[in-house]
Each structure stands twice: as structure tokens, then as C-alpha cells.
Ligand binder design. Structure first.
Ligand code: SF4
Length: 281
């Protein structure tokens, strides 16, 4: 059994959220540079130039890429041969989020009661933690701060198997269209297919966190990703919703086995501040 002090988890989570919020990943900035070269609309190109400049200023001055520094979503892969010492995993993660958002002067955007009181918790906790047990003695942490301009435009639908590929493609495309400028395009679209309702939603979020420039290893699903990206970019929303040929930087699909009677599909939209950072302890 490998022992990992909980304080190491606290410090790692703190670092990941500060970095994710201030430094855009190379995957997204490269895709944005390439979007700038391909965008046909002059206004769209001007928007992309501003987005790229914003990335540079944020990294140079260590300030957030966007005022909405998101809800703290984490994917944890915990090796079964790890023993966490000195505290509980969930508490360590929340302490890391607290330190990142309070110490790093990141906006606190979480309300404790979603319906009635809506009082801010003051430190951006609790985090949304997705934990998976895996073989080995490592802990992989992926931090995904998620802004709600784009989260609010996400959708899930229980399609019928007879809706098939065309029904699925139409639903994804329609969701991107409905998101419009509210999702701060160019967007990254995560699509989760299969499982149950909640598994499809989780897969769609994991698909966003997979990053730009990756491809589903299954050839038919990789082809589906390419077709969905093409359809999204034919919508004409363009950067910032000002019109243009680049509405999405990527469409990432993940899938899971499902019931014979169903075809669940979830679409998680992520804005141009597509932030994610990971570390292995
Ligand atoms: S959707 Fe993204 S870019 Fe737009 S305000 Fe929210 S976090 Fe910022």
C-alpha cells in the first residue's frame, strides 16, 4: 500500500485550479490559432484575435481567463493500492478548491441552496467530485472549472433506438444552435452516448475534459465526431456568435453500453475558456 498524505492532494488541487483558470491549455490555444487561420468572417477573426490576446494577458499577469471561474469539477482516478493519510479525500479536495479560489482571488460562484436561499458559500466549495477506482498506486486528478454560460446551454435527451444516427446528430446540432452566443463560442462540445440518463451526462462532461485535438479510438465514433463538427460549423454562429465559419473547435464523443430499449444522449457545451488541468500523484 502506498501512503499519500492528504495535504499533497490539497496542494495539488489548489495548484490545478489556479493554473487552469489563468493559463489556457496548449490544446485550446493551438486550436484557436488554427481557427483564426480558417475563419472566413473578418468580424469573427477579430473576435478570435481578442480571445487569443485575452489568453496571453491572463497567463502573463496571472489573472483569470474569464470572470466566471466556474464551478470546481474534478475527475479523480484513485489507485486501489493508495492509502490516504492525515484526512479524508473529499475534505482534502474541498480544502484545495477553497485555497485556490480564496487565495488565488478567483470568483466564488457556488450557492449552497439552489432554489430558495441561494446564499454564496464564499469559497467556491463544495466541488463536484467524480471518483473512479482504478488499479495501481497513483492518483490522477483532472480539474475542470466549468463556467455556467455554457453549462446552462447543455442538454440531455432519451432518444429512441429508432432515432438512430440521424436523430442523434440532429439533437447535437440543434443543441449547439440553441446555445448560440450564450455559450461564448467557439465552443468545445462533449457528447455522451449510452448508459443511463446520468451516465450519458457524465460521459459528456468527460468528453469535454478529454481536450481538443483528440479523437475517439473507435473509427465510426471518430467519423461521427468529424461529421458533428462539420455540422456545427455550418450553422454560421461563428466566434462570439457574430457570424462566421468557426462555431466549434471540437466535438468529442464518449460512449457506453446501454439498454436495448434506449439511446440516451447528453451534450455538454463548453465555451472558448475550455479549461482543464491534470496531475498524477
Ligand atoms: S461561458 Fe465561458 S467564456 Fe462565457 S462567461 Fe462563462 S466561463 Fe466565461
Amino acid at each position: 500500500m502506498r501512503e499519500v498524505p492528504s495535504e499533497v492532494i490539497v496542494r495539488t488541487v489548489e495548484r490545478l485550479f489556479v493554473e487552469a483558470n489563468t493559463q489556457i491549455g496548449d490544446d485550446v490555444s493551438c486550436a484557436m490559432e488554427s481557427a483564426l487561420r480558417g475563419e472566413e468572417s473578418p468580424v469573427g477573426r477579430a473576435v478570435l484575435e481578442q480571445i487569443l490576446e485575452n489568453y496571453r494577458i491572463a497567463a502573463g499577469e496571472e489573472i483569470p481567463i474569464c470572470q466566471d471561474t466556474g464551478m470546481a469539477v474534478l475527475f479523480l482516478e484513485l489507485g486501489q493500492e493508495v492509502h490516504i493519510t492525515g484526512g479524508l479525500l473529499e475534505e482534502a479536495v474541498n480544502e484545495g478548491v477553497r485555497r485556490a479560489y480564496v487565495g488565488g482571488c478567483l470568483r466564488k460562484s457556488v450557492v449552497a441552496d439552489p432554489l430558495f436561499e441561494r446564499k454564496n458559500t464564499g469559497d467556491n466549495t463544495p466541488a463536484v467530485i467524480h471518483l473512479k477506482l482504478v488499479p495501481g498506486d497513483r492518483i490522477k486528478i483532472t480539474a475542470v472549472p466549468k463556467g455556467f454560460g455554457s453549462e446552462n446551454m447543455s442538454a440531455v435527451k432519451m432518444l429512441k433506438p429508432s432515432d438512430g444516427v440521424e436523430g442523434l446528430e440532429a439533437f447535437v446540432t440543434e443543441t449547439v444552435l440553441k446555445a448560440g452566443p450564450n455559450a461564448c463560442p467557439p465552443v468545445v462540445v462533449g457528447v455522451g452516448i449510452g448508459g443511463t440518463l446520468e451516465q450519458a451526462a457524465l460521459l459528456s462532461k468527460q468528453a469535454v475534459a478529454r481536450g481538443v485535438g483528440t479523437e475517439n479510438p473507435s473509427p465510426p465514433y471518430a467519423a461521427l465526431e468529424r461529421r458533428l463538427l462539420e455540422r456545427a460549423n455550418r450553422l454560421g454562429l461563428g466566434p462570439g456568435g457574430t457570424g462566421g465559419t468557426v462555431t466549434a473547435l471540437a466535438v468529442n464523443v464518449l460512449f457506453a453500453p446501454t439498454h436495448i430499449a434506449g439511446l440516451p444522449v447528453a451534450v455538454n457545451i463548453c465555451c472558448h475558456a475550455a479549461r482543464h488541468r491534470e496531475a498524477v500523484i
